[in-house]
Design a protein around this ligand. Structure first.
Ligand code: PLP
Length: 389
């Protein structure tokens, strides 16, 4: 029989469509599931999209690494906000979202059979990309608070290791790694000659004066650090598919070959919208933080109540809580029951590699506080009902 490749057979089935189907079959469900924001791009950026197309060049292929005006704007942003000096030791490459930037990075640094270390819980598309690339995902546990366990990471490094991946602020946990932990991981990578791939898709989403730190800014990190960014969350631009990466100059030839083959270049209209969004700046994303923080606290307080059978690690970033439910149930089965019986959707922890116990990701990025209150009431009732051993 003609079938799919063995490599793809080993890739987990995307969980969002499964949860979406259960939601569609259960009218009135409140979704604390998808990792999206409630707002779209800044109006100035949408206007730039409307104006796009008057020049014939707007309809032609652009440079693989991105349109010069966007590259320049992003390099200035990185210098100003992240303290990353791109040139001459590094390169900036605009891609069609952070996910494709991750794939570019992976294919550029790892061969089939190589190991890539992923702290658990991981962002599921990172693990899926590792398997699609024919590499071995090496899951490494985090601690009870979902913070990095540096000894466990150190022990997981072998001669086959090509990269360690970190995400901060983190999806799915909402945890922000302290600067010291990211410096330590970056130092381990340098010591062992492996790449540090660091995803900063949620860089603007930190609460309570929690600082964001970019390991790409560490002195001497240029040669082994790949930093990934996305406009999907920051500027409400998920459908426009724009992200970017900072890579060591020495990887440019490899990334050029990969992106030229997979994408050629990110869509020019999206790059133009992105350029204006970046010009509007970080204040746009941050203007939504106060409301997100209200929901973050509200969910934490409701779920941390001793009467609810779960633990909620402190989450000071992104727009997620990652809870450990006290139940012998499997997280996918619990998710289905929460939707079908209590009309509230979450994402099962198993999709993020958290199979030691029953975990759920609770997301609040796209909702208004009223809906979150209703959703959390349902979640609390559902957990008390379903999770009873
Ligand atoms: C950590 C992380 N990286 C990357 C992405 C995807 O970003 P993009 O839409 O730019 O591909 C997401 C989306 O949820 C994410 O959570």
């Amino acid at each position: 029989m003609i079938g799919q490749s063995r490599r793809l057979a080993a890739v987990q089935t995307p969980v969002i469509p499964i949860v979406s189907r259960w939601i569609a079959e259960t009218p009135g469900t409140i979704s604390l599931g998808q990792g999206i924001v409630s707002y779209g791009p800044p109006p100035e950026a949408i206007d730039a999209g409307r104006r796009f197309g008057s020049s014939i060049d707007d309809h032609r292929y652009g440079p693989v690494e991105g349109l010069p005006a966007l590259v320049e704007a992003l390099e200035a942003k990185l210098a100003r906000e992240n303290r990353i000096r791109v040139r001459p030791a590094s390169r900036l490459v605009v891609s069609a979202g952070g996910n494709l930037a991750f794939m570019n990075a992976l294919l550029a640094v790892a061969d089939p059979g190589d190991d890539v270390i992923l702290p658990v819980p991981y962002y599921f598309n990172h693990e899926m990309a590792v398997v699609i690339a024919g590499c071995r995902a090496v899951p490494v546990p985090t601690d009870r608070n979902c913070q990095l366990d540096l000894d466990a990471i150190r022990r997981a490094i072998s001669t086959r290791t090509r990269a360690i991946v970190t995400v901060s602020p983190n999806n799915p946990t909402g945890v922000v790694y302290p600067e010291a932990a990211l410096r330590a991981v970056n130092g381990l990578c340098r010591e062992h000659g492996v790449f540090h791939i660091h995803d900063e898709a949620y860089e603007y989403f930190t609460y309570e004066t929690t600082p964001h730190f970019s390991p790409g800014s560490i002195d001497g990190a240029e040669a082994h650090t790949i930093s990934l960014y996305s406009l999907s969350k920051a500027y409400g631009m998920a459908s426009w598919r724009i992200g970017y990466m900072v890579i060591p100059e020495g990887l440019w030839d490899a990334v050029n070959k990969i992106q030229d083959t997979l994408l050629i270049c990110a869509p020019s209209v999206s790059q133009e919208v992105a350029r204006v969004a970046v010009h509007v700046g970080a204040a746009y994303a941050r203007s939504h933080l106060a409301q997100l923080d209200v929901m973050r606290r509200l969910i934490f307080e409701a779920l941390a109540d001793p009467s609810v059978p779960c633990e909620v690690p402190e989450a000071r970033g992104a727009f997620y809580h990652f809870i450990r439910v006290h139940t012998p149930m499997d997280s996918l089965a619990l998710t289905e029951r929460l939707i079908r019986e209590h009309r509230v959707a979450v994402i099962p922890g198993s999709a993020f590699g958290a199979t030691d116990g029953c975990h759920l990701r609770v997301s609040y990025g796209a909702l208004d506080p009223r809906t979150v209150v209703d959703g959390v009431d349902r979640l609390v009732a559902g957990l008390k009902h379903c999770a009873r051993p």
